[in-house]
Design a binder for this molecule. Structure first.
Ligand SMILES: Nc1nc2c(ncn2[C@@H]2O[C@H](COP(=O)(O)OP(=O)(O)OP(=O)(O)O)[C@@H](O)[C@H]2O)c(=O)[nH]1
Ligand SMILES: [Mg+2]
Length: 287
């Protein structure tokens, strides 16, 4: 609409931007677009889900946690360190979001060839993770081995430190742990009793950026998300043009046209050829 109006009055003397409240309309448009973008991201999240990798030293309870989250005895659990040799994945849903939970071989130095191959796969899974859950035994806490693991986690991937087996902690130790200063996101839980699992689910949702109670969730494909981002960028450019120079209508109109082109790649209502035809016909009327 704004593009059309702009092109309808290419050489008017009046300050078009003022007269048509173009800035106000643009601001509204940008607000609506960012809302759609947010909904669309949630749509993509709902469809694709996130990969959540359980990592940590052997015996800390990774497989037990996978089983607790899945509500089924999927992975073998034993008191023997080095039980899990290969990745085991299970998709669960939290608030309808698919989370692909990946249980992995415990990380440690080992001469066992099979275990070493499993550990290589653990690191591979960690590299592809959207979220890493670094499990510790709450009774032992964060060891130098954990520091080595933490140092090798990919930068920029959200991580939650999980202090597992709190059911085995004495009351006093639990209090001491709770009052420790925490630089990282931490959840205390028990894969055995289920304590703290609700908190873990909430933290996962928070990291996923899930907004509880969102009504309209668009099913956006990645291509649509890219087009929305590009449209947003052009609207921002248009806003900058409008702010800088009220007379630079051609640049303003061009940015709006580019934004519309991006949106048209989603709706398919208007091909670039259609639009060019439309623009030329309008220029002819104006002349
Ligand atoms: N009391 C208690 N025991 C737990 C808890 N979580 C795990 N365990 C026990 O700890 C032992 C190791 O658990 P696993 O789940 O096999 O540990 P893991 O981290 O998968 O170990 P690896 O596969 O060797 O890397 C088992 O005997 C579990 O029953 C917990 O929250 N509380
Ligand atoms: Mg295991």
């Amino acid at each position: 609409m704004l593009v059309e109006a702009t092109l309808d009055f290419p050489e008017e003397e009046i300050d078009f931007l003022e007269a048509a409240d173009a800035r106000g309309k643009l601001a509204t448009l940008r607000h609506e677009l960012s809302q759609i973008q947010s909904d669309a991201r949630q749509g993509a999240l709902l469809r694709e889900g996130l990969s959540v990798v359980l990592a940590g030293q052997p015996n800390v309870g990774k497989s037990s946690l996978l089983n607790a989250l899945a509500g089924a005895e999927l992975a073998i659990v034993t008191p023997i360190a080095g039980t899990t040799r290969d990745k085991i994945a299970q998709t669960i849903q939290i608030e309808g979001i698919p989370l692909h939970i990946v249980d992995t071989a415990g990380l440690r130095e080992t001469e066992d060839e099979v275990e070493r191959a499993g550990i290589a796969r653990t690191w591979q899974a960690i590299k592809q993770a959207d979220i890493v859950l670094h499990l510790l035994d709450a009774r032992i806490g964060f060891t130098p081995e954990d520091a080595a693991i933490a140092a090798n986690l990919p930068a920029g991937v959200p991580m939650i430190q999980l202090h597992n087996k709190i059911d085995l902690l004495a009351e006093s130790a639990a209090v001491a742990l709770a009052t420790e200063a925490k630089a990282v996101r931490t959840v205390r839980l028990s894969a055995k009793s289920g304590a703290g699992i609700v908190d873990l689910r909430a933290q996962l949702l928070e990291i996923a950026g899930w907004q509880v109670g969102t009504e309209s969730v668009y099913s956006a494909r990645e291509r649509h998300l890219i087009a929305l981002r590009a449209a947003n960028r052009h609207l921002l450019n248009a806003a900058e043009q409008a702010a800088q120079n009220a007379q630079a209508l051609d640049l303003f109109a061009e940015e709006l046209r580019l934004a519309q082109l991006q949106l048209n790649t989603i709706t398919g209502e208007f091909t670039p050829d259609d639009l060019l035809g439309e623009i030329f016909s309008r220029f002819c009327i104006g002349k």
